[in-house]
Design a protein around this ligand. Structure first.
Ligand code: LLP
Length: 418
């Protein structure tokens, strides 16, 4: 059964009706389905079958401790991009030995902490980072496990803000320099070369960019072997995109993994993949209440209690996410609405031109809000962060309480001098 589905005229998360969640925890709130998160992770795991692999969930997609804990219990690894994400993984029971550290700007303190807890690998993105890592590993008396993130110059056909594998992007070591940087790394006493990686972008809806990127990586591994540099793992970067529209067809995890092995062949590499969106994206909705229906000369607006600070994707990328009424309302007239929040920006919309049968006070569910949703939220307009709820069968668990006013202001201070 779909994790979010209608029964008796109401939208449910697993076996819990969303109006009950709104009554218990208030709105706006994020609601996640544990079963869907597990099912999506298992789809990757089953696609690998018995071949050596590690699924490193990209923590940035949704970093709530309960989400990380559910995945840690399945045996997941984690892809982190900050020491904050590392501390979350550790707190949620994740295994440091299954953590990989991505990102172009790792600070000294972040590297030191990752060395201290013994992560699986640093995905190094530049010569300077390599030198810094070598020096810090020397000071700590250890050898740092390293994979170079190579920029394969492959077009992922996605939104320009989330394409990362093109020459003009800030990410990775340029393709032509990779061999030289590997040779440099091989001569550093405190670097242990263990892999190679790439990441070409996010919300990728076809397999071929992945195959193209892995083909370039394999080409490089062959060149490296000629220089006596042998690697143990290949990290293919993030996972697949998700269907934001019900009608959209997405390749499956199995198709992706099969395509990767087609390129890798029999070479005995451990394969790492760093999926975020495809694990949690369609496992969450943002539940919001219609405060006002407002008719303006040009348009009708449904003003809801969630806003761009809670869900930034529509404003930032022009992203389209489905918006469904929580109660089916055959009695209400259907209107076409821009669904907007109370924030003082015209970019503050969750959806434009949506045909909806709604009345004031009704609940709406913004779909596909499990990934890059709460994790990108802010306090803009001094709006406290919303609650997060995880549904597990017939139980709804509060996994992050709504921020209070004092929590929102905690840490601020006024200067005392007159
Ligand atoms: N690995 C690395 C190094 C990444 O930079 C990312 C995402 C991932 C893995 C996970 O990729 P996924 O499996 O989720 O496609 N905020 C944007 C998405 C930004 C993605 C950034 N990197 C959005 O809301 O669409």
């Amino acid at each position: 059964m779909a994790p979010f589905h209608y029964a008796d005229g109401r939208l449910y998360a697993e076996a819990v009706a969303l109006p009950e969640i709104a009554a218990r925890f208030g709105t706006p709130c994020y609601v996640y389905s544990r079963a869907e998160i597990e099912a999506q992770w298992r789809a990757y795991s089953q696609a690998f079958a018995a071949r050596p692999h590690l699924i490193c969930y990209a923590v940035k997609a949704n970093s709530n401790l309960a989400v990380l804990n559910v995945l840690a219990r399945l045996g997941s690894g984690f892809d982190i991009v900050s020491v904050g994400e590392l501390e979350r993984v550790l707190k949620a029971g994740g295994d440091a030995a299954k953590v990989i550290f991505s990102g172009v700007g790792k600070r000294r303190d972040e590297i030191q902490r990752a060395l201290e807890v013994g992560i699986k690998c640093f995905n190094v993105e530049s010569r300077s980072e390599l030198q810094r890592l070598n020096a810090l590993a020397a000071a700590a008396g250890v050898r740092a496990p390293v994979s170079l993130r190579v920029n394969p110059d492959v077009d992922a056909n996605t939104h320009p803000y989330i394409a990362t594998g093109l020459r003009e992007n800030k990410f990775g070591v340029p393709w032509e320099e990779a061999l030289g940087v590997y040779q440099e790394a091989a001569n550093l006493a405190h670097i242990n070369l263990s892999g190679i990686d790439c990441h070409i972008g996010s919300q990728i809806t076809e397999i071929s960019p992945f195959s193209d990127a892995v083909a370039k990586i394999m080409e490089l591994t062959r060149a490296l072997r000629k220089h006596d540099i042998a690697l143990r793992h290949i990290d293919v970067g993030g996972g697949l995109g998700i269907a934001y529209e019900a009608a959209a067809k997405m390749p499956s995890a199995k198709e992706l993994i099969d395509a990767i092995y087609k390129v890798v062949g029999d070479a005995a590499y451990e394969i790492l993949v760093e999926p975020g969106r495809s694990i949690v994206g369609n496992a969450g909705v943002l539940l919001t209440k219609v405060e006002y229906l407002k008719e303006a000369p040009e348009k009708n607006f449904a003003v809801v209690d969630a806003a761009m600070n809670d869900l930034l994707r529509p404003a930032l990328y022009g992203a389209w996410q489905e918006i469904r009424p929580v109660r089916e309302r055959p009695d209400a007239a259907t209107g076409v609405y821009d669904v907007v929040g109370p924030v003082c920006e015209s970019a503050d919309f969750l959806g434009l031109g949506r045909a909806l049968s709604v009345q004031e006070g009704d609940l709406l569910a913004v779909s596909s809000a499990g990934a890059y949703a709460f994790s990108m939220s802010s306090n803009y307009n001094s709006r406290p962060r919303v609650a997060e709820v995880m549904v597990d069968g017939s139980e709804a668990h509060l996994i992050r309480r709504r921020e209070t006013m004092s929590e929102m202001m905690a840490g601020e201070a006024m200067i005392e001098k007159l």
